[in-house]
Design a protein around this ligand. Structure first.
Ligand SMILES: [Zn+2]
Length: 304
């Protein structure tokens, strides 16, 4: 049975041990591969299937409808990017949104409200077009905030989560009227988009115990261990080390040469750390990974 330093929080997590099956390695349970991006039913996507009645060739006008407030703000940003204007928010509540031109002397404004009977947002008042002078040649994308960009990046990063910053920047430049955004802004938006897809760093750490128990649930011979410490400043629980070894790897070691290799690679996420791997080789010199660990740094203490 696996060990851990804290047992109170694990009490609510139970493991279904299968005891009446022989010790052979069956294909994993269907739950392991059933929920893919292709067949996953996401009710949020269904609810947002409605496309707004605005398109980039139009001005904002009374009667236009949108799926939700975020959609109104997103389309307003596209409009601002196209015309190289900028706007500020007057009011933003659960049922009302009022924006006006950044230039105090300009008349342009848009007011949208939630129509409860439709479950949609509608522009109920607006004045335009802009009477201000355009932002000129400065196509710096100042109207495109990180949240707007993160929404744009999610589909791209779902296909390729390692997309480089300059690729993302080129994508925005091509799609949004030659605006050239700063590296840092794109980088920050990418972090937000990754968090939308996979959850953020803190959420990932909170899922660690559940993941380890799921490993054990799939193969009872799997082993894991982790060590946490408590922050004296905040009182938070901090992960120090985690180790796991999959049952098939343990079983396969019988057929390997009795030599274990060890290696480590640095993790470049928010909290850094080092991923350690132990490996063995079989008679054909094929590598079999035996165990994995994440530690703060490679040292005699962490290796032990
Ligand atoms: Zn204006």
């Amino acid at each position: 049975m696996a060990e851990c330093d804290e047992d109170d929080a694990d009490a609510a997590i139970t493991v279904q041990h299968v005891t009446n099956t022989p010790l052979i390695y069956e294909p994993p349970a269907s739950s392991f591969y059933a929920n893919t991006w292709e067949n996953m039913v996401d009710p949020e996507v269904v609810q947002q299937a409605f496309a707004s009645s605005w398109n980039a060739d139009m001005n904002f006008a009374k009667g236009l409808i949108f799926a939700n407030k975020d959609a109104v703000k997103h389309e307003l940003t596209i409009y601002a990017a196209k015309h190289n204007k900028n706007f500020i928010t007057n009011w933003s509540t659960k049922s009302r949104l009022s924006v006006k031109c950044m230039d105090e002397s300009c008349q342009w404004y848009v007011w949208a409200v939630l129509k409860l009977e439709l479950g949609l947002w509608m522009v109920t008042s607006n004045r335009g077009p802009h009477s201000c002078i355009s932002l000129g040649m400065a196509l710096d994308g100042r109207m495109m905030g990180c949240n707007f960009l993160a929404v744009e990046f999610v589909p791209l990063l779902q296909k390729n989560h390692t997309a480089r910053i300059f690729h993302l920047r080129d994508f925005i430049t091509a799609k949004y009227y030659d605006h050239k955004l700063s590296y840092y802004k794109i980088w920050d938006a990418k972090q937000k988009a990754i968090a939308k897809i996979f959850g953020d760093w803190e959420e990932s750490y909170q899922r660690l115990r559940k993941l380890l128990v799921a490993y054990l649930d799939q193969e009872i011979g799997t082993r894991y261990w982790y060590h946490t410490i408590r922050s004296e400043v905040s009182g938070d629980t901090i992960l120090r080390y985690v180790f796991w070894a999959f049952a098939p790897c343990n079983e396969g070691f019988k057929h390997c040469k009795p030599v274990i290799s060890i290696d480590g690679t640095y993790l470049y996420g928010k909290y850094r750390g080092v991923l350690l791997i132990t490996m063995a080789t079989d008679a054909n010199n094929k590598v079999l990974p035996l165990a994995f660990a994440v530690v703060d740094k490679e040292s005699g203490l962490s290796w032990s």
